[in-house]
Design a protein around this ligand. Structure first.
Ligand SMILES: C[S@@+](CC[C@H](N)C(=O)[O-])C[C@H]1O[C@@H](n2cnc3c(N)ncnc32)[C@H](O)[C@@H]1O
Length: 237
C-alpha cells in the first residue's frame, strides 16, 4: 500500500521521538522506518503489562519504555522532535488533556502525529469493523475499562485544530485490496467475541450486550469485515 506520510516525511530528520500510549510498541517499528537516524524512541503507557511486552520486543539501544500517565507526563517542555499517537484517542478518559501534553513536550518546529480509525464514511464491510469496535468499547466500559466509541473524522480534526499546529499532512488510509472474506481474520474476530462475551458474564448489561454481539456475528458472516479507514495527521508546532 502507498504510504503518503512516509513520502511527505522523507527529508525530515528527527532525533528524539515519543510514542504516547505505545501499548506493546506496535507503532515503534514504523517510527524507526520514518526516522531511521533517530537517537532515541521513547514509548510510554500507563499499563505495566504493555510496557513489559514492549521492552521485550525492542531491547536494543535507541529504545526506552516507561510506565507513565500520558495526561501528566514527566518530560520537560519542548523536549521531543516528534510525538506520535496511534489507535488510542478513543481509549482516553481525557483525550484533550493528553493532546495538550503531547503539544507541551514537543519542540517548536517538531511534528505531532496522530493515527486513528474513524466511524463515518465507511463501506459495508468496514462498518462491521466500526460496529464491532463499538461493541468492544461497550463491553470494556461494562467492566470498568475506559473505551469510548470511535470518533468521526471531523471530531478528530477538531480536537487537533484546537492545538494550533500548522497542518503539515492529512491522509486517509484504507487498503483497497483488503479482503472482506479473509478466513483468518473472521476466525480471529469470532475468537475475540468469545473472549469478550466471557468477560461480561454476571454483569447487569449481560443480556443486552450478548444480544448485540450475536447480531454482529451474523453481520460478520453476511458482509465480512475489512479494516476501517484511518486518518493519519501530521502537524508542525
Ligand atoms: C489500543 S491500545 C494502542 C496501542 C498502540 N499505540 C497501537 O497502536 O497498537 C491503547 C493504549 O492506550 C493506553 N492508555 C490508555 N490510557 C492511557 C493514559 N492515560 N496514559 C498512557 N497510556 C494510556 C492503554 O494502556 C493501551 O496500551
Amino acid at each position: 500500500m502507498d504510504d503518503p506520510i512516509k513520502e511527505k516525511l522523507r527529508d525530515i530528520k528527527c532525533q528524539t521521538i515519543l510514542d504516547v500510549a505505545t501499548g506493546q510498541g506496535n507503532l515503534i517499528g514504523y517510527l524507526k522506518e520514518l526516522f531511521p537516524d533517530s537517537d532515541e524512541i521513547v514509548g510510554i503507557d500507563n499499563s505495566p503489562k504493555a510496557i513489559k511486552a514492549a521492552r521485550e520486543k525492542f531491547s536494543g539501544n535507541g529504545y526506552r519504555f516507561e510506565q507513565m500517565d500520558a495526561s501528566k507526563m514527566s518530560f520537560d517542555n519542548n523536549y521531543f522532535d516528534a510525538v506520535a499517537l496511534s489507535n488510542s484517542l478513543h481509549h482516553f478518559a481525557e483525550p484533550k488533556a493528553i493532546l495538550n501534553e503531547m503539544y507541551r513536550v514537543l519542540k517548536p518546529g517538531g511534528l505531532l502525529m496522530v493515527f486513528e480509525m474513524f466511524r463515518d464514511n465507511q463501506n459495508t464491510s468496514q462498518k462491521t469493523h466500526v460496529l464491532l469496535h463499538h461493541w468492544w468499547a461497550a463491553v470494556d466500559s461494562a467492566t470498568g475499562i475506559v473505551h469510548n466509541e470511535t470518533y468521526s473524522r471531523n471530531e478528530i480534526l477538531d480536537m487537533l485544530a484546537n492545538l494550533g499546529l500548522r497542518e503539515f499532512a492529512v491522509f486517509d488510509y484504507a487498503d483497497p485490496n483488503d479482503d472482506a472474506r479473509e478466513e483468518k481474520r473472521i476466525k480471529w474476530m469470532k475468537d475475540i467475541y468469545k473472549d469478550y462475551f466471557a468477560r461480561i458474564e454476571g454483569k447487569p448489561e449481560y443480556t443486552k450486550l450478548v444480544g448485540r454481539g450475536k447480531e454482529l456475528m451474523k453481520r460478520l458472516d453476511k458482509y465480512g469485515i475489512t479494516w476501517a479507514t484511518m486518518i493519519g495527521y501530521v502537524g508542525k508546532k
